[in-house]
Design a protein. Sequence first.
Length: 87
Amino acid sequence: MTDVFISYARKDRRFVQQLHDALANAGRESWVDWEGIPASAKWMAEVRAAIDEADCFCFVGQDLTSAESWLGSSQGKEPASTQLYTA
């Protein structure tokens, strides 16, 4: 199971890489979409499943509406913890 699902704006990639590395050094597994895969039904299902399986949802960005829409699209349980950080 993934500890942290990280959602972010591409402009914040450098910070998210540092966050990902710090989590890994602390023994935590994080799910991050590094490639920016174009949205498709399969990709959306994969992302929703990753959100459902994560213990924590972490959003890095300025537009909290994006984070809320991802959490609202979750098909199962909400993560035990949600952290929203604005850049």
